[in-house]
Design a protein around this ligand. Structure first.
Ligand code: G3H
Length: 274
């Protein structure tokens, strides 16, 4: 069966480019990097500037593997919130500001950090539109074409009545600019999809790898500006969590789809579960 660009067509084993019958939506288009406009601004960043990034702690929706929503943290999520507060409060960071999304789970996660907080809808999680509140399994069972379309092009796939990763990149541009111009130390508590966008921007990463970039839960990411580039490191906590969302993207560099029925976890970049 013809699948689209870069994918082996079962009927024409050697065809590695769009073949007749390839479903149009599955053809990966060359995408302009939405961050280019910011890269061109060449911000004057102070040596040693540090930005801390964190996903919210485990939420009730994470436990059920549900997309979106506005659920509370679980007990383990609360534990992470306390650990985050303890770490940030004892780090002696002067002039720390905390930015959260408008959603309950990020605000609960930041609750124990003693610093001024601001909430921004721009860093709310990707809008899953019609599928908000569904599990990935439900989407796969009830809307297999949508599920497959996302697996084929997770970067550009837009949820019905919702957003794509590219939409998210564009949505956060004002926040990224504010972040670059900020003279305060920042802790940004947000969501997996949004942090994938922020990390990719900060590291000038490959846009195609953005939707599968690993952003572990219950782990603080520190990004430090040194010698003209951002250096990333992770401060991990031992607090357990149930990762949310199985990523079933087709491997970017591969021309082969996983065998039918085989789990497509581990394909994509390094990410298996979100
Ligand atoms: O929808 C919420 C997730 O954090 C994003 O996961 O884009 O890998 O499905 P996903």
């Amino acid at each position: 069966m013809c699948r689209g660009f870069g994918i082996v067509c079962e009927a024409h084993k050697k065809v590695l480019e769009p073949c007749r019958g390839a479903t149009k939506e599955f053809i990966k288009m060359k995408v302009e990097n939405p961050f280019n406009e910011l890269y061109l601004k060449h911000f004057d960043i102070v040596e040693g500037r540090t930005i801390y990034l964190s996903r919210h702690g485990e939420s009730e929706y994470n436990l059920e593997d549900r997309i979106g929503g506005d659920s509370n943290l679980t007990a383990r999520g609360q534990q992470y919130a306390k650990a985050l507060g303890l770490y940030m409060n004892s780090s002696g960071i002067a002039d720390l500001k905390v930015w959260t999304s408008n959603l309950v789970r990020t605000q609960q996660t930041a609750a124990y950090v003693s610093a001024p907080k601001e909430a921004y809808a721009e860093i709310d999680e990707i809008n899953a539109g019609q599928f908000d509140g569904y599990t990935y399994e439900e989407v796969e069972a009830m809307y297999p074409q949508e599920f497959e379309a996302r697996a084929q092009d997770k970067l550009c796939y837009r949820y019905p009545k919702g957003e794509s990763y590219i939409d998210c990149c564009k949505r956060i541009l004002p926040i990224l600019e504010k972040m670059e111009r900020s003279t305060e130390h920042l802790l940004i508590v947000a969501h997996q999809a949004i942090l994938r966008c922020i990390v990719t921007y900060l590291l000038q990463g490959d846009l195609r790898k953005l939707p599968t970039t690993k952003i572990p839960q219950h782990c603080l990411i520190r990004v430090t500006w040194l010698n003209g580039e951002n250096i990333i490191d992770y401060i991990r906590t031992p607090i357990d969590h149930s990762e949310q969302g199985i990523v079933k993207s087709v491997l970017e560099d591969s021309a082969v789809l996983p065998p039918k029925g085989a789990s497509s976890e581990k394909i994509g970049d390094s990410q298996t579960k979100s």
